[in-house]
Structure formats: C-alpha cells, structure tokens
Design a protein around this ligand. Structure first.
Ligand code: G3H
Length: 538
C-alpha cells in the first residue's frame, strides 16, 4: 500500500487545462505608462506543484520568470508615480470623479477577460484549488465594481454645498499622494487589489510591489493598467523587498503605505520613512484567531466550521482559526470528530476536483511546520489524526492536542495546515490568552447558552475586531469592516472604508456673502473646477 501523503503528477499527467504562456508573461514590469521587459536578473517562479521524475525525484515546476529589479529601477517607478501626482496637480489626481470611474470601468472590463489565465496562474503560483482561485478572482472583480458604486455614492453626497454659521462650503474627499502598495502571497490578487483599487480610484498614484509568490498572475493585466490609466498613475515592480522597497521608503516620498504581510516587515518599512508623521499606514498583519468551543456547543457545527476555518487554503489565511480552545467537558468527543473530519479532506493537485489540501508555496514551509509540531510533541502533545507526514512541498494537515502555553503553537501564527487544540476549564484562561496575545483580529465562539454567549461577546469585543458566532472567522462580506488590534493591523478596510482610508477631506469655504455666492456659482455653472462642482454621477 502506498502511504505517501499526496501523489505528485508526472509531466504528462498535467492536464492541458493548466497550460499558460510563460514567455508572454515573464520578466515584465510597468513604469511610467510603459510596459517593459527587464533585461537584468530574474527569478524563476517555482510552483508549489512538483512533478515526479522518472527516477522518483520531485521537482518544483517552473511557471515563468519575474524581474529582480534593482534599486535604480524601483526608484524610477517612484519617480513616475511622483510625476503623475505632480504635487497634486497631475492629470489623474485632478481628473473629475466621473472620468476616473470611467477609467476603472474600462479596467474592470479588461480584467473580466483575463479570468481563466489568472485563475490558472493562481493555481500554479500558490497552489490554490481551482474553486478557491475562481472565488478569489470573482470576489476581486466584484470588489472593483462595488468600489466604483461606493465612490459614486460618496461623490453624490459631496456634490452639494453646505451652508453653516454664515459660511458656504463644499466638502470632498481628496487623494493623499503617492501610495506604496504591497499585497501578500495568500491572496495575491484580492488583497493587493483591495488596497490598490481604492487608492487609485481616489486619485492617488501608486507603486505596487508584487509578492514573491503570486507575482506572475498580475502580468495579464499590465496592458489594461497601461491603457486605462494615465502614465505613471500605476507602476508595478517585482524583486527583493529590501532592494526595491527599501530605497522607495527611505526617499520619504511615499505618502501612504498599504501593506498586507507580517508585522516584522511592516515595522521595518515604517521605520525606513524619514518623516513617519507624514506616512499614513493601512496594514493587515498576522493573527492568532482562536475558536472557543463551549460545553453546550453544537459539535457538528463547531467541527465543520473549525475544519473549514482552520484549513481552507491549507490554513494560509490571516483570518484562519489558528488555535481551538475546547471545554474540558467535551474535549474527547470534539477532538475525535475533528481528527476524523480532517482525515477525510482530500489532498491533491489544485486542478483535481474535490481537493482541499494542496502543496505549499513558501520555501521550506513543511519543514518549519514540522518543527512546530515537533516542539509541541516534545512538550507532551500528540498528533491525533493521520497528519504531519511530509512529501516535497506538502504537509498532511495535522491536529495537535493538547496544546499548552509553553508550546510555540499556542502563541505563534503557524499560517499552514496545523490545527492546535487546547482544553480549558475556565473562561479566564481564554481571557488570559487574549490579553497576552500579540494579536487581536477575530474570534469564533461556539455555544448556545444566551447568557454565556452575551458575557463572552462583551468580554472579547474590546480585544478583537470581529466576533463570529457559531461560524468560522472570515473577512467577508467585503462591505463589513475588516481590521485588527495590536499586531494584527492598522486602519480599516471594506469597500467604503477603503475609499476613506486612501483620501482626506478637503473643504473649500467662503463667507456666505453675495460676492462669494456669485463667485462660486460662476465657477460651478461654467464648469471651471473639478472640485467645485455639483455634478451628479448616475
Ligand atoms: O488572509 C486574509 C484574508 O483577508 C482572509 O480573507 O477570510 O475571506 O479568507 P477570507
């Protein structure tokens, strides 16, 4: 019997539905309205998917190549964004909102056409299943369209004058300047676009540094980015972070940092800015979201939601459940059911139907997860399912129990297919965990007792930013505020919050006398200003 935790395909077993045009996508970057091919060094894009060679060896598939830009090229992208901003006088920041919306609508149309190619690249580059890759694409396109509608709404509210205490004024949201935008590998499209799109549509100019894993999938959009927006409004770079983003931040010319990644990198980037008082930051960082299973929880619901919450996309979500606290009175039944539900998950290649568990993109990730499991087992925990086996880039999802505070898995974010379970007797243990935790994003609470649930909601709501009742932690719907406390993030994102995050209110005010009324009225009627305007966007 073959007891390998996963079966990697041979070259000939890769389906034709996974074909991509490597040459066309490789080594490209976008700067100042020019789509360029980088003549310098590049990096192979290694898929988490391996192929099994004739000699039995596993080899990661090379999906393409991305430019390893140097600091000079990165600074050229920054200069292009600065030119497009032009001290706030550039074409894009001064463009009427309706025209900016028109540009974004054209971009959304072009994006829709790239769906299949981008879905395939999501599968190849980060190992996302076809179903999840399609969801990521569709959700992102919807986000673009919803952002357009939200901006129309915001603009309608601003398209009127207010009369207050003898003053007349018009209040609008204005862009902030040059935005440095960086998304993560686990949602390389969605989480890049949930900052890039609102930043851009508000009139900012952007340098976007793509993540190491999940960079190539943006290449199908480069032409549309070049053609839909004025030169330099959006610039896209790739390469080593310290080499490219370091000098950009050190220049002091970045007005907004939109960063989704680790707090360690986030802190470095912020410190690199010479005038941090000028830097607005919108970040989404790590988390250690606990699930809390109370004695009267419906265990079917709790197990189902914990499995999906902990292991969707192999647990590589900032919102994943990363520690389960189960009440001592139900630990036996819960752990047994959780273990068999995890064992029932199908492992395979991203294109295989019904697959949940797939290979991992980050270098040496299975080894790092195995070290966390080893640390826990050395301190008295066990792997209680058929998990933990490794093969190449894959690690079979492991349920580790009982996890206690001295184990690394108790407090560290594992960001992978390991489900630590801790037993608790008293809710004060959960309070202690939350108090000590470096993170404060979400919790998932499973139970039925109204009084107990209400008590825990009130006890936890000031420690996290979202409490999920009898359901897993998640970001969506994207109209809900998404944020975190402590090391989990800064600023709030949602379709409408993001428009606010990437803009500042500006007011044009005047004493409400006849001369000023006539002045303002002439400007509006003569359509002489983009800001002073009562245009209503339908
Ligand atoms: O990685 C963090 C994502 O924002 C999670 O989003 O909860 O919709 O998977 P999700």
């Amino acid at each position: 019997m073959n007891d390998a935790p996963i079966r990697f395909p041979t070259e000939s077993e890769i389906p034709s539905t996974m074909h991509i045009d490597k040459e066309r996508l490789s080594m490209r970057w976008l700067v100042g309205g020019e789509l360029r091919t980088w003549p310098g060094e590049g990096a192979d894009v290694l898929s988490p998917v391996c192929v099994a060679k004739a000699d039995g060896k596993l080899e990661r598939v090379v999906v393409g190549r991305t430019p390893n830009l140097d600091s000079k090229a990165a600074l050229e992208a920054l200069e292009a964004a600065k030119r497009a901003w032009d001290g706030g006088r550039g074409d894009w920041p001064t463009m009427r909102v309706a025209r900016r919306i028109g540009a974004m609508e054209r971009f959304a149309e072009a994006m829709a056409k790239a769906r299949e190619e981008m879905v395939r690249l999501l599968m190849w580059e980060i190992g996302k299943t076809r179903k999840d890759a399609e969801t990521e694409f569709d959700r992102t396109l919807l986000y673009v369209r919803d952002t357009i509608e939200a901006l129309k709404d915001l603009d309608r509210q601003s398209s009127r004058f207010v009369l207050e205490e003898g003053f007349l004024g018009q209040i609008r949201r204005s862009p902030l300047g040059v935005v440095m935008c960086m998304g993560p590998f686990n949602y390389p499209l969605n989480e890049t676009f949930t900052t890039l799109i609102p930043a851009l549509i508000m009139g900012n100019t952007v340098v976007c540094k793509l993540p190491k894993y999940g960079a190539l999938l943006h290449a199908p959009l480069f032409e549309a980015m070049r053609d839909c927006f004025p030169p330099g409004a959006i610039n896209v770079i790739t390469g080593d972070g310290p080499t490219t983003v370091g000098p950009i931040m050190e220049s002091g010319d970045v007005d907004v940092l939109a960063f989704i990644g680790t707090s360690k990198v986030g802190n470095t980037l912020k410190r690199q800015h010479p005038r941090p008082n000028r830097l607005r930051c919108i970040t989404g960082l790590e988390s250690k979201n606990p699930a809390i299973v109370l004695p009267d929880a419906d265990l079917d619901v709790a197990v189902r939601e914990c499995v999906s919450g902990a292991l969707s996309f192999n647990g590589q979500r900032c919102t994943a459940i990363k520690l389960v606290f189960v009440h001592r009175s139900v630990e036996g039944a819960f752990v047994e059911r959780l273990a068999s539900a995890v064992d029932a998950l199908k492992a395979g290649m991203p294109w295989e139907p019904g697959v949940t568990l797939t290979p991992l993109p980050e270098d040496n990730k299975p080894e790092r997860l195995a070290a966390l499991i080893a640390d826990a087992t050395a301190r008295g925990a066990r792997v209680v399912n058929r998990g933990g086996q490794r093969l190449g880039t894959f690690l079979r999802a492991a349920v580790v129990y009982p996890v206690t505070p001295e184990m690394a898995l108790y407090a560290e974010e594992q960001f992978g297919p390991v489900v630590p379970v801790a037993a608790f007797d008293d809710e004060r243990e959960i309070d202690q965990f939350m108090q000590k935790s470096a993170y404060g994003q979400q919790v998932a609470l499973f139970g039925r007792d109204r009084k107990k649930m209400a008590f825990l909601v009130d006890a936890l709501v000031n420690q996290v930013s979202r409490i999920n009742l009898n359901s897993q932690c998640r970001r969506g719907p994207d109209t809900f505020p998404f944020t975190g406390r402590k090391d989990s993030g800064e600023g709030t994102l949602s379709v409408s919050d993001a428009l606010r995050a990437f803009s500042i209110r500006a007011v044009v005010a005047a004493a409400s006398n006849e001369d000023n009324k006539a002045l303002v009225s002439d400007i509006v009627v003569g359509r002489m200003s983009s800001f002073l305007s009562t245009d209503f966007i339908f």
